[in-house]
Design a protein around this ligand. Structure first.
Ligand SMILES: Cc1cc2nc3c(=O)[nH]c(=O)nc-3n(C[C@H](O)[C@H](O)[C@H](O)COP(=O)(O)OP(=O)(O)OC[C@H]3O[C@@H](n4cnc5c(N)ncnc54)[C@H](O)[C@@H]3O)c2cc1C
Length: 420
């Protein structure tokens, strides 16, 4: 049923596109405003493409403060915060440290699991609806562990937590891993296997979504930079852009890691840091996998995408800095050889590193819901490592909220004003 209301979605990344999809199906007239051209890069495109209910642990997990401090001493570590005098970073770091507790982990896990599992179902529907041109595969995911100590830690930690919140996790021996994944020789002590996880090819998903949205009547303002807002009486009245002012009944903030700067001047507080990550895609890999994997000790993701094989990882909190740091890219390539003895340094020769910025909130949970001070502005950002996984449920919930229905998932921890 058409609501007749017009929604402007700020940002055309994976989250913005999924919001557009659900809102349009809900009967809203939808316009997406994106500063880049159609088909340009965005954070999802070079991602590992996991749809991963296994990620029930928020990034702000117990032990991360100590681990992060240790890793801060090396720009080669998987998680690196570049020390700098910046008030936003200091405030974010302080909040992040406050959330690295067992209590937060236990509170966040069922919420993340519920959102991820619901989102996975929506991906199944989307794949059916679009002919699955984006190669959605329900193959599960391995957390490969090089050492018995890591395997034991994962068994007691992530696997136990996942099983407790309804995401099945199995501990496998190296032989059991090899039986399930005969494509590659692996030097490991074992793995945690999450049968419910899935993966897809994000470079195929994004154009498939845009094509679907165009068919649904969604309008796009590409190459349009959001510059500011006008508001009155607790509502947004218009959006100032490089193509002039745009007006709507409702506005959705989906500008990813740029969300805090997008809303500058509105008096809202949305702590967020850009978590830069890299990926390397081998066009003709030496071997191909069926299932995606995480190289646990090195925090590197490996995903088969069609005939290509993608390696991705590292989290660098250093602002939006577009230069490539070779030492971080080398870490990804060296991790691959550590777990796959057949891989060679030259396999990565000539591969252009991709990078993108994850939108990272201090408690590792997205910002999802209406802002209290501006009643027609809704947040849909801050998904950190789970933006691809959670995009469909985020869109679904935004549509429910704007339609005035009760959200179908728990939003008690995702309020955008929780740090205000
Ligand atoms: C190496 C790596 C691997 C990853 N792997 C996975 C994975 O396997 N699974 C998973 O679930 N997630 C993964 N992620 C995380 C995921 O990619 C992100 O969480 C997700 O893409 C964020 O999407 P978004 O739409 O919120 O933000 P973005 O993709 O950043 O989109 C925001 C959009 O807003 C636009 N914008 C910003 N400012 C303005 C403005 N002023 N005016 C107009 N437009 C503007 C930008 O141009 C951009 O297109 C990975 C990330 C990285 C870096």
């Amino acid at each position: 049923m058409k609501s007749g209301k017009h929604v402007l979605i700020c940002g055309g990344g994976i989250v913005g596109l999924c919001c557009a999809y659900s809102l349009s199906r809900e009967g809203f007239a939808v316009t997406v405003v994106e500063r880049n051209a159609e088909g340009a890069d965005s954070c999802a495109q070079g991602s590992a493409g996991y749809v991963s209910p296994s990620h029930v642990e928020p990034i702000s997990a117990p032990g991360m403060v100590w681990q992060g401090l240790k890793w801060m001493t090396s720009s080669r570590s998987p998680f690196y915060i570049k020390p700098r005098l910046n008030l936003d970073l200091m405030r974010w770091g302080w909040l992040f440290a406050r959330y690295c507790t067992p209590e937060h982990r236990l509170r966040a896990a069922p919420v993340l699991a519920q959102h991820c599992l619901e989102s996975r179902k929506l991906f199944v529907e989307l794949a059916e609806k679009t002919g699955n041109h984006f190669e959605f595969r329900q193959e599960g995911l391995f957390n490969l562990c090089k050492s018995p100590e890591t395997l034991a830690k994962y068994e007691k930690g992530l696997a136990a937590l996942a099983n407790a919140v309804g995401v099945e996790a199995r501990i496998l021996t190296p032989q059991q891993v090899a039986d399930l994944e005969p494509g590659a020789r692996m030097d490991i002590a074992g793995a945690v296997y999450f049968p419910i996880d899935a993966h897809l090819s994000p470079r195929k998903l994004m154009p498939a979504l845009v094509a679907l949205l165009l068919r649904e009547g969604v309008r796009f303002h590409w190459n349009t930079h959001i510059q500011g807002w006008r508001s009155a009486s607790g509502r947004i009245t218009s959006l100032s852009t490089s193509s002039g002012d745009l007006t709507a009944d409702e506005y959705v903030l989906a500008t990813g890691s740029w969300a805090p700067e997008t809303i500058r001047g509105l008096g809202l507080r949305l702590p967020m840091q850009a978590g830069k990550g890299y990926s390397l895609t081998l066009e003709q890999p030496r071997f191909q996998l069926k299932k995606p994997m995480i190289l646990s000790e090195r925090r590197v993701a490996v995903t088969p995408m069609g005939t290509t094989l993608r390696f991705g990882g590292t989290m660098e909190i250093a602002g939006h800095q577009d230069q490539v740091r070779p030492e971080r890219v080398e870490q990804i390539a060296s991790a691959a050889q550590h777990y796959f003895p057949d891989m060679r340094t030259e396999d990565f020769a000539g591969v252009t590193p991709w990078f993108g910025y994850r939108p990272v909130s201090p408690d590792g949970l997205p910002y999802l819901g209406r802002f209290t001070r501006l009643s027609n502005l809704t947040a849909a950002c801050g998904h950190a490592m789970l933006g691809v996984t959670l995009a469909p449920i985020t869109g679904h919930v935004v549509a429910e909220v704007l339609a005035g229905r009760k959200p179908s998932v728990d939003l008690s921890l995702t309020h955008p004003d929780r740090f205000a």
